[in-house]
Design a protein around this ligand. Structure first.
Ligand code: ADP
Ligand code: MG
Ligand code: MG
Length: 432
């Protein structure tokens, strides 16, 4: 393993005016390659797009940790799939959360109802993305630590493979052949499409015959949630979700898998013995999964939760406070964490959150390119995501693969937030 200190292969970013010249080329390359996003001003308009934000340069990732992240992805697919089929575990784990968190409670009601009625669905498609940061421990050795696993995670699959082409061009222009030689092929969209194709094929024929190229012939239609149910109030959205969930259609994720991706489930997985129970007879998988865990703590009412709430209030910079939400920008840090926890520390509301050790990666310098933003060097940290895809027919797992990676980078002054939230930008790893 390379130490957290900068390695020889990590050259400094260029200075002005070279950086400006490279940024112009990079933005043009991004527009040409289709690294595009709708604008904040006109999010509904397809005729106004700009480039999706990205780093000028790819970022160094320790190769051992990169390989470790790939090696554990099929284990995580197995785990998520096992949780989604374990009613007893989901019920027990989410019992306290659904008493206070309305969002999770509504999902859980739909889950219970479709189980009671009997599942119509027999083919299951999972698309996961397990996200990590490289924690610099006390001894200065970086370690792969999971931030979270997302079970609604197909976005960026396409954009990230296009970003690779942009970074290749930038490195070429700058004459950085060493970094260029350490870039890796990456095409998550293809892997995810193959999963969709497999599920489609099983749904249609109910047979195990593989028609690998048939995905080219799948007719695709695009519907927004509100189209499923004609009216448009919030309650109708839940009706629409119930309607979908009752159908035989292959949902991704189905309701059980969405619940498996909650932060509360993530926290319960770290309890001694839990992984072993969920994945019996799979000691190697359990060990690989557990190696990526950092400290996660329940804030349920009781002694254990009281102790952790007090610890976090005393030392908020050691922790992250997370509600049961997705999409970035929801977590609490530092003084805000302290303030909120002090307010709710004796109330049941506390149980809608979980507490997590804060991961502290070593920052590196880069330029973050985004529309309407002046060029400047930022101290940055990166988050590596590995895509996983699996298909299950009845009880039989017929496909279980990793499908590529995603690197997102943000300036250290932002504690939270993804690309859509306007904080992180697309990046490409090169191995060191
Ligand atoms: P979401 O589902 O909203 O993406 P995450 O758990 O991924 O929630 O948290 C959002 C962001 O907050 C992450 O992308 C990361 O930048 C930061 N973050 C989350 N957990 C930690 C942690 N334990 N240590 C450091 N940063 C974290
Ligand atoms: Mg998430
Ligand atoms: Mg996340």
């Amino acid at each position: 393993r390379v130490p957290c200190a900068r390695s020889a292969a990590m050259a400094a970013p260029p200075e002005e005016p070279l950086a400006r010249e490279a940024a112009l080329l990079a933005v043009d390359a991004a527009l040409l390659a289709g690294v595009l996003m709708r604008t904040q001003e006109e999010p509904g308009a397809s005729q106004v797009v700009s480039y999706a934000p990205f780093t000028l340069l790819p970022s160094a990732v320790p190769s051992a940790l990169f390989e470790q992240a790939y090696a554990v992805q099929q284990d995580f697919n197995l785990l998520v799939d096992a949780i989604s089929q374990n009613k007893e575990f989901l019920e027990r784990t989410l019992a306290s959360t659904i008493k206070v968190d309305d969002f999770t409670a509504r999902l859980f009601r739909i889950y219970t109802q479709v189980l009671e009625e009997g599942l119509a669905q027999s083919v299951f498609l999972g698309i996961n993305r397990s996200d990590y940061m490289f924690d610099c421990g006390v001894d200065g050795t970086p370690a792969l630590k999971q931030i979270e696993i997302n079970t609604i995670a197909a976005s960026f699959g396409g954009l990230t493979s296009r970003t690779l082409a942009v970074h290749r061009q930038v490195l070429k222009m700058l004459g950085r052949t060493e970094e260029a030689s350490r870039l890796l092929p990456n095409n998550p969209a293809q892997g995810l499409a193959l999963g969709i194709a497999k599920a489609w094929e099983l749904y249609g024929s109910q047979s195990l015959v593989t028609l690998l190229l048939s995905y080219r012939n799948i007719r695709v239609i695009r519907k927004q949630f509100r189209d499923v149910f004609e009216k448009g109030s919030l309650d109708d959205n839940w009706e629409a979700r119930l309607l979908l969930e009752r159908s035989r259609a292959v949902k991704c994720p189905d309701i059980a898998t969405q619940l498996a991706g909650t932060k509360k489930v993530q926290q319960e997985l770290t309890r001694p013995g839990t992984l072993e129970k969920l994945l019996p007879g799979r000691a190697a998988s359990v060990a690989r999964i557990r190696a990526t865990f950092t400290g996660l703590y329940s804030l349920d009412l009781g002694e254990e939760g009281d102790k952790m709430a007090a610890k976090a209030i005393a030392d908020p910079d050691r922790f992250v406070l997370k509600p049961q939400r997705e999409g970035g920008g929801n977590n609490l840090y530092g003084e805000e964490l302290r303030h909120v926890l002090e307010k709710i520390k004796d109330s049941p509301e506390r149980t809608s959150y979980i507490l997590m050790d804060k991961i502290k990666p070593r920052p590196s310098k880069n330029y973050l390119l985004r529309p309407h933003t002046p060029l400047k060097v930022s101290e940055c940290i990166s988050e590596l995501g590995i895509f996983g895809v699996y298909v299950r027919q009845g009880k039989e797992l017929v496909l279980n693969e990793s499908a590529g990676h995603l690197l997102r980078t943000k300036a250290i002054e932002h504690a939270d937030g993804g690309v859509a939230a306007g904080v992180a930008v697309l990046d490409t790893p090169y191995l060191v």
